[in-house]
Design a protein. Structure first.
Length: 325
């Protein structure tokens, strides 16, 4: 039985869904990984997984280009004849499900970890796109042979209130899982770096929505108070996302001495074992952040926002409006 795992970057498949693909393969499934081309695509072959590139611009709003993506997906599914298409992130959930229905793929699963730019941003473009995306979601996620995986109760509530999916076909799975054989606590007495210096880490895609600005403000405030700490930032700018933090800002903060920007880190387990605290000050919408459950498996204290504070951004906006009035 062939299954397709479809995501908007090969990086996402490699970092977050590789273990799922390997487990499915070991269980006897014929697994095909599908994403736009990138530097990780060729690495799947090294672990015995099949991957195909799909030309897709994540930021495109060109109708003709997007119809072309759907046509390529339909032809690919007709050729590969999968029994199941499993999509990740909203755009892949919509496009993968539409193409699967047109190609008469028997079953569809979609996992939406967080609501993405369209639902989390206050930009005019995001607000204009919201009704269109809602309509496409309703159609794409419908059908008896479809299931939707969400990662926290807030998103389940949103899909229920907005009637984006039949609640009977929604499954709440808290997070993408963690490999507890890799992510283990640091051995007692192991050297973690310079003595008497607290090491604080934020590891995420470098988007404003991840609370990067709040992290910088906190680092500045603590340094002004004389706190002895090194603030680390791990991750790369996501050029395909409108909310990406510019690389120029990252380099400016590093030059100012506010933080040390590590860029992309391949061995996150080792990085977690070298720090004291992990931070993710995002309240803009999350699924269940993988960095936090990996850090928790390493026995680290976490500083973050409760999932139910996902709405506090809009609440703050309303409060500012009342104050101005």
């Amino acid at each position: 039985m062939r299954i397709v795992l479809f995501a908007n970057t090969d990086w996402y498949l490699w970092n977050f869904r590789r273990s799922l693909a390997l487990a499915a393969r070991d269980a006897g499934y014929d697994v095909l990984l599908l994403s736009p081309p990138g530097e990780y695509g060729t690495r799947f072959g090294e672990v015995g997984l099949r991957w195909l590139p799909l030309a897709m611009n994540r930021r495109s709003l060109n109708p003709l280009r997007e119809i072309g993506v759907l046509r390529r997906l339909v032809k690919l599914f007709q050729r590969e004849k999968p029994a199941l298409v499993h999509g990740f992130t909203i755009k892949c959930a919509v496009y993968g499900s539409l193409a699967a229905r047109l190609a008469r793929v028997p079953a569809r699963i979609n996992a939406v970890a967080g609501m993405g730019y369209v639902f989390s941003s206050a930009d005019v473009r995001a607000r204009l796109l919201r009704p269109l995306v809602r309509g496409m979601l309703r159609f794409a996620l419908g059908g008896k042979r479809a299931r939707l995986i969400l990662q926290n109760p807030d998103d389940v509530g949103l899909f229920k209130r907005s009637r984006l999916a039949d609640v009977a076909r929604v499954r709440l799975i808290r997070g993408s899982g963690v490999d507890c054989s890799r992510f283990v606590p640091r051995a007692a007495g192991r050297n973690r770096g310079e003595a008497n210096e607290l090491r604080v880490l934020l590891a995420a895609r470098l988007l404003w929505d991840k609370g990067i600005r709040e992290y910088i403000e906190a680092a500045r405030a603590l340094r002004a108070q004389g706190v002895m700490a090194k603030f680390l930032l791990a991750g790369s700018p996501d050029a395909g996302n409108p909310a990406a933090v510019p690389e120029s800002a990252l380099r400016e903060w590093a030059a100012e001495g506010i933080l040390e920007w590590l860029g992309h880190v391949e061995d996150m387990a080792e990085l977690f074992r070298s720090v004291d605290i992990v931070v993710l000050p995002s309240y803009y919408r999350e699924g269940l952040p993988k960095s936090l459950i990996e850090a928790a498996a390493c026995g680290l204290p976490l500083v973050t926002c409760p999932l139910r504070q996902n709405s506090c951004r809009s609440d703050r906006t309303k409060t500012r409006g009342r104050d101005k009035g």
